[in-house]
Design a protein around this ligand. Sequence first.
Ligand SMILES: Nc1ncnc2c1ncn2[C@@H]1O[C@H](COP(=O)(O)OP(=O)(O)OP(=O)(O)O)[C@@H](O)[C@H]1O
Ligand SMILES: [Mg+2]
Length: 230
Amino acid sequence: MTLPMIELRDVTRRYGDGPPALGDVSLTIAAGEAVAILGPSGSGKSTLLNLVAGLDRPSGGTVTVDGVRVDELGEAGSAMYRRAKIGMVFQFFNLLDDLTVADNVMLPAQLTGISRSTAQRRAMDVLGALRVDRHAAAYPGRLSGGERQRVAVARALVNRPALLLADEPTGALDSASGEDVKQLLRELHADGQTIIMVTHDLSLANSCATRTIQLVDGRVAVDTARESAR
Ligand SMILES: Nc1ncnc2c1ncn2[C@@H]1O[C@H](COP(=O)(O)OP(=O)(O)OP(=O)(O)O)[C@@H](O)[C@H]1O
Ligand SMILES: [Mg+2]
C-alpha cells in the first residue's frame, strides 16, 4: 500500500466559543492528486490549507504530511517543514516589490543554504519552465497579473516541494491571466505534482482538479473521491 501524502484525522480548529471553523475533518490525499477545496465564504477552506501548511495548529486531531506530524511542530520546525516540503501560492501574489523577479524566486532556495549560483540556476530553470524567464531582471510591479502569478508559482516550486498549496490562485486575475494559471496547474499535475487548491472558481476546479472536496460550516459535505468509492 502506498502511504497517503496527507492525512487529516478528526481535525478541529476552534476560534473562541462559536462553532468551530473546522469540525472533525478526516481525509486522505495521495501523492499526485490535484484536489480542489470548494465551499462558501467562511466554510473553513483557508483554515484547512493553513493547517496543512503548518501555519496554524488544530485544536484537536492530527495532521500528517509526507511522514511529518505537522500538528506537533514548533515555530522553527514548522518553518523548516515548509521550506522542505511545501510551496504556497496566494491570491495576491505576495511578491517582494523591491526585489527583481529572479531574486524573488531565488530567495526560498537560498534559505535552504545552497549557494547563490545554484539558487540562481534553479530560479532560471523554473522561470523558464513557466515561460516568464524573459522578465527575470524586471521588478514585479511591471508585470501583468498573470505574469506575476506565474512568478509566484515559480517561487513556490523552486525548492521542488512535495506539495503545492494554492489559495484562490486565480482570484485576482482577469480571465485570460486566469487561463494561463489554469494551464500551468494542469501541466504541473500532469508532471505528477501534488496540488491542493482552494477556490471559488468552478472552472478552475473542473479543469485542474481530479478531486473536489466541498466544505460547509467547517465540515466535509462532498468529497468526489468518497462518492466514487461507494
Ligand atoms: N484568526 C481567526 N480568528 C477568529 N476567527 C477566525 C480566524 N481565522 C478564521 N476565522 C473564522 O473561521 C471561519 C473559517 O474561516 P476561513 O478563513 O477558513 O474561511 P474560508 O472558507 O477560507 O472563507 P473565504 O472563502 O472567505 O476565504 C470563519 O468563520 C472565520 O471568521
Ligand atoms: Mg479563504
